[in-house]
Design a protein around this ligand. Structure first.
Ligand code: ADP
Ligand code: MG
Length: 346
């Protein structure tokens, strides 16, 4: 069995009195892309900085390719870890050409080998033509692609990305994500990427580790986390949810919208989270739970609806296609129980 490209074992990290990371264990297999996902301040960047060697390990252990590089009292500096880094503010050297920026971390002194590495890395991000430009001559998206090429050119064992796309506007972000994922796949570099954007994590990751308050609360494939969240926190982080309450009874919870299966014991109070797309809305009012249209926003491929039940509870729904029902139109709702998540109420 080959050692993981990165492993953190039982890592705890404090900044003075602030506990940023608490007893965290995480590994990235060779060739795997893992995303560390969570809200701002939950400790993601600290984990990345520990892996990079920008922070010294206080408790626990960090290993790269099976070799311990950080433990209390033992610290291999960042430049000796064979790790590529890309941060949000990509920090290219302004006075160096793109070619020299990308060549910066390559140790080989053979000029031909060096140049072919640089051009291959630039080619992988679609910027071979820009080799003689200076950073200020490129767009933000292009500069970020150069930063990626610079990180990959020395062929690191591990790539660490901290919110690499968050400085880019939406449209550009999607393009740069595509290019980045393709370059990662091509190079086969094990990657740990930090993001607070669930959709971005789903797009990039083989596996997602979801963090909250310094701890990993759930780990799995993107589809696992989306379909089988183990907490309301995870369910809600992956997209808007409607919340219904009820009581478990004989393996079911009866809600305003129908029954949902559960493993909670009879009598337990339950909170049911329902994604907007799990509500089947019949605009012509067939069978189902009656509701009225509070607002409708046709958005392109889908329409977002806010509906009100008889008792006034609001529900958010998303239906395919463009629709513009009048306010107060009576509709009916049916719930897809497979997309309803039941959690114990606290
Ligand atoms: P994230 O990247 O998920 O936003 P961070 O790892 O940056 O989270 O921060 C985790 C916690 O540690 C936060 O409460 C943050 O304020 C605190 N923190 C981060 N860096 C420092 C630092 N250098 N000094 C003091 N507190 C810090
Ligand atoms: Mg951060």
């Amino acid at each position: 069995m080959t050692a993981p490209a990165l492993s953190l074992t039982g890592v705890t990290h404090d900044y003075g009195k602030v506990r940023a990371v608490a007893d965290l264990t995480l590994s990235v297999a060779s060739g795997e892309v893992v995303c560390l996902l969570g809200p701002s301040g939950c400790g993601k960047s600290t984990v990345l900085r520990l892996a990079a060697g920008l922070e010294e390990v206080q408790v626990g252990q960090v290993a790269i390719d099976g070799v311990v590089v950080g433990s209390p009292g033992a610290h291999v500096p960042p430049e000796s870890r064979n790790v590529g880094l890309v941060f949000q503010d990509f920090a290219l050297f302004p006075h160096l050409t793109i070619c020299n920026n990308v060549g910066f971390g390559i140790r080989s002194t053979d000029q031909d080998a060096r140049r072919s590495r640089i051009m291959a890395a630039l080619g992988d991000v679609g910027l071979a033509h820009a080799e003689q430009s200076f950073p200020h001559m490129l767009s933000g998206g292009e500069q970020q692609r150069v930063a990626l090429a610079r990180a990959l050119a020395p062929k690191p064992k591990l790539l660490l990305l901290d919110e690499p796309f968050s400085g880019l506007d939406t449209r550009l972000r999607e393009q740069v994500r595509d290019v980045t994922l393709e370059a990662l796949r091509k190079s086969g570099t094990a990657t740990l990427m930090v993001t607070h954007d669930a959709e971005e994590a789903m797009f990039m990751a083989d596996r997602i580790a979801m963090m909250r308050e310094g701890r990993i609360v759930q780990e799995g494939t993107p589809i696992d986390l989306y379909r089988h969240p183990t907490s309301l926190f995870v369910a809600a982080f992956f997209g808007e949810v409607n919340r219904l309450s009820g009581q478990a009874d004989g393996g079911q919870v009866a809600t305003r919208l129908g029954v949902v299966p559960t493993r909670l014991p009879s009598g337990a109070r339950a909170e049911v989270a329902v994604r907007p797309e799990a509500l089947k809305v019949d605009l012509s009012g067939g069978s189902g739970v009656p509701a009225r249209v509070v607002s409708a926003h046709p958005l392109g491929r889908s329409t977002r609806l806010v509906l009100a039940l008889d008792d006034g509870q609001r529900l958010r729904a998303r239906i395919w296609g463009l629709h513009q029902p009048a306010l107060d139109t009576p509709v009916t709702i049916a719930l897809d129980p497979a997309q309803a998540f039941v959690f114990p109420a606290d």
